[in-house]
Ligand binder design. Structure first.
Ligand code: AMP
Ligand code: MN
Ligand code: MN
Ligand code: MN
Length: 297
């Protein structure tokens, strides 16, 4: 037997990570740094799925080509939608990044994000927290603004110890800095993804705090809207959650997806980690060509 370094790539299977973020939205790594890290972690196929923007995809594609990296890039996006007073995230995979159906929807979403950011800053200001607009902008640089950037600002001025605590205290529903937003509907998001040639996937279904009854309603609504996939596997979920979601996928003939939702290097979330689909779940990549990749610009 030959000695293999720990974590060395096994050539027997293809490792897919179909949910990740860059500095184009609330990720901490540039698109170039993200693709380099994906290769280092043994990922073969990576989808970049920034919040309401496709800006990171072209940059990542250039880096892969110029450095001849052994990585297949899937053009993706994560769209915020509103359904029954819940914020539901829809991931689009394999989309034509120049298609007007998707670029126009995302431009409208970013305008709503800008308006919501002003609202969040005003709410914080009324609660005595100044400088949030400039602070969040500073963390966003020229990326799409998210609550994640407000969270980093609030941590930086000592309002809480970490991001989770700041969300709990200020930014989640019902708290001082929470501002509602009129995101597009699930139908609009799915339709734009499909018109742009992609597949729509319900992101992290376990994270919406929905009862089983409401989660099933959401999935039925998503299927009726033309959605094809559901994220079954992520690295932080319990084994029970993965089994449950696999069951929902099989019952509805939804294709299974998997993704880390990587935002930044940290101890508990890593690109490619613990990503596999339970038996009987048809993978979202079932009909993808072997070398399915983003066409050169
Ligand atoms: P937004 O899309 O602007 O509402 O921001 C949502 C983003 O905030 C998510 O994609 C996460 O990156 C981040 N986020 C939400 N909740 C938490 C939390 N409890 N802890 C850390 N980050 C969070
Ligand atoms: Mn995020
Ligand atoms: Mn999300
Ligand atoms: Mn995400």
């Amino acid at each position: 037997m030959t000695d293999k370094p720990l974590g060395a790539k096994s050539s027997l299977f293809t490792l897919y990570d179909l949910h990740s973020h860059t500095t184009a939205s609330d990720g901490l790594l540039s698109p170039e740094a993200l693709v380099a890290r994906a290769v280092a972690m043994g990922v073969d196929v990576l989808a970049i799925t920034d919040h309401d923007t496709l800006k990171g995809v072209a940059v990542a594609r250039q880096a892969i080509i110029s450095q001849a990296l052994p990585l297949t890039l899937i053009a993706g996006v994560e769209i915020s939608t509103r359904w029954q007073n819940h914020e539901i995230h829809i991931v689009g995979l394999g989309i034509d990044i120049a298609h007007p159906a998707i670029t126009e929807l995302l431009a409208a979403q970013r305008e709503k994000r800008r308006e919501r950011a002003v609202d969040i800053a005003q709410r914080l200001e009324r609660a005595g927290i100044t400088g949030a607009w400039e602070g969040a902008q500073g963390f966003a640089c020229d990326g799409v603004i998210t609550r994640g950037h407000f969270a980093r600002y609030l941590v930086s001025i000592g309002k809480a110890d970490n991001l989770a605590a700041v969300f709990k205290k200020y930014l989640s529903k019902g708290n001082t800095g929470y501002a509602p937003s009129q995101w597009c509907s699930i139908e609009e998001a799915v339709s734009a993804v499909r018109q742009a040639g992609g597949q729509a996937v319900v992101a992290h279904p376990g994270r919406y705090q929905l009862s089983a009854k409401w989660l099933k309603r959401l999935l039925d609504h998503f299927v009726a809207a033309g959605g094809e996939g559901i994220e079954v596997a992520s690295c932080q979920q319990s084994p029970q959650e993965r089994t449950l979601l696999a069951g929902y996928a099989r019952e509805r003939q939804l294709l299974g997806s998997q993704g880390s939702d990587f935002h930044m290097p940290c101890a508990w979330i890593e690109l490619g980690r613990k990503l596999w689909l339970p038996g009987g779940v048809e993978p979202i990549w079932r009909d993808w060509p072997t070398h399915h990749t983003v066409a050169p610009a």
